[in-house]
Design a protein around this ligand. Structure first.
Ligand code: GDP
Length: 366
């Protein structure tokens, strides 16, 4: 089975990358996410953006439409089956990253307020991303607050910069240089993404900077296209689709009429109704059966009735709610594993708990 799964892994068969937004409070994480999701725009969901459990899924077509203008010059041949962006900026599963084995996110957007530069939580997020080896881009947000900024809604950022007067461009330049300097003081080499040289692109520790405005949408197509490029050109090995389930618990919550439910992000592989799974609790491993796999209805109108869609099986990467028994003490940020027909339950239990052990060790050394 392992060999079969291995054979199915090719560069042509990738899963969605999972992207998370991090950064200091008030830098614009929520606004940026809203702008990317087009939360306020009616056409949003109809246009191939769907709300999942704990995450938003973007179809490839939508990504290409959003980035159309920029991609005329960038010419990215999109091969990803879309992207999945985690909905809660600074979610505890990432900020506390409890899980050693299941690296939940593939890529991060670290948001910096261009007016403030690096702040305390920026540095904390930065260190966490580096310790996990998670690649990231920096959004230099609130570019519209440069003096006398002339904005064009949803423009690509280079076109917008060309529209500015000399003084505005200079202010932007000096603030961007300041951010670069502060990053280098943290040991991070960075540059405005279109000014990076070939060697910078090859260096996986080099960080691209993308000026954005979460209010006007300027630079948003730049950040989306850049994330897609990095994912498919640099991370394709880890994004190759495989049969082995890799999943992380995002949240445990009670829902009316369902009891305790567990929201998980399936990073890779397939999960099925009836699967026997193991999860972590402070009291030890819990072994239980998946009684239901739920996703929200496809449109916002239907969601008012809060009826979920039931599935027999679901493939990653995707967010899904599971129902079953014994979920009460399951811990967010820990892995969920399936006990397959060839697996020893005791081995899986030990593996799941070894993850938690490393967590508690981390907590006690903090
Ligand atoms: P979070 O705490 O990082 O999620 O920050 P929010 O998204 O809540 O934004 C904090 C404040 O900054 C709000 O008042 C936003 O309206 C404002 N803001 C966010 N992004 C931008 C931006 O690009 N330009 C401007 N001018 N204001 C912004």
């Amino acid at each position: 089975k392992e060999q079969e799964n291995e054979a199915a892994r090719t560069r042509d068969n990738l899963r969605c990358p999972i992207i998370v937004i991090m950064g200091h409070v008030d830098t614009g994480k929520t606004k940026l996410l809203d702008n990317i999701r087009r939360t306020n725009v009616q056409e949003g969901e109809a246009g191939g953006i769907t709300q999942q459990i704990g995450a938003t899924y973007f179809e490839p077509k939508t990504l290409l439409t959003r980035c159309e203008k920029l991609n005329k010059t960038e010419n990215l041949n999109l091969t990803l089956p879309g992207v999945l962006i985690i909905d809660t900026p600074g979610h505890e599963s990432f900020t506390n990253l409890r899980s050693r084995g299941s690296n939940l996110c593939d890529l991060a957007i670290l948001v910096v307020d261009l007016m403030h530069g690096l702040e305390q939580q920026t540095i904390e997020s930065l260190n966490m991303l580096r310790s996990k080896g998670t690649p990231f881009v920096v959004a230099l947000n609130k570019v519209d607050r440069c003096y006398n900024w002339k904005s064009t809604t949803n423009n690509d950022i280079r076109s917008s910069l060309k529209d500015q007067e000399e003084g505005t461009t200079q202010e932007f330049r000096s603030r961007a240089e300041e951010a670069k300097l502060q990053l280098s003081q943290q040991g991070v080499n960075s540059n405005i993404y279109w000014e990076m040289g070939d060697d910078d692109w090859k260096n996986s520790d080099f960080v691209p900077l993308v000026p954005t405005s979460a209010i006007t949408g300027e630079g948003v197509q730049d950040i989306l296209l850049l994330l897609c490029r990095i994912a498919q050109e640099k991370l394709w090995r880890q994004l190759m689709w495989c049969g082995n389930l890799q999943a992380t618990v995002l949240e445990v919550k009670a829902i009316d009429g369902m009891g305790m439910t567990v929201d998980i992000i399936i990073v890779n592989g397939t999960i099925r109704e009836g699967d026997k799974v193991v999860m972590c609790t402070m009291d030890g491993p819990v072994v239980t059966e998946i009684r239901g796999l739920l996703t929200p209805p496809p449109s916002r109108e239907m969601r008012i009735k809060s009826e979920y869609i039931h599935h027999k099986e679901i493939k990653g990467a995707l967010g899904v709610k599971i129902i079953g028994n014994g979920f009460d003490k399951v811990m967010a940020g820990t892995p969920l594993m399936v006990v397959g027909p060839d697996d020893e339950e005791e081995d899986i239990k030990a593996e799941v708990m070894s993850d938690l052990k490393s967590v508690t060790e981390n907590l006690s050394t903090d």
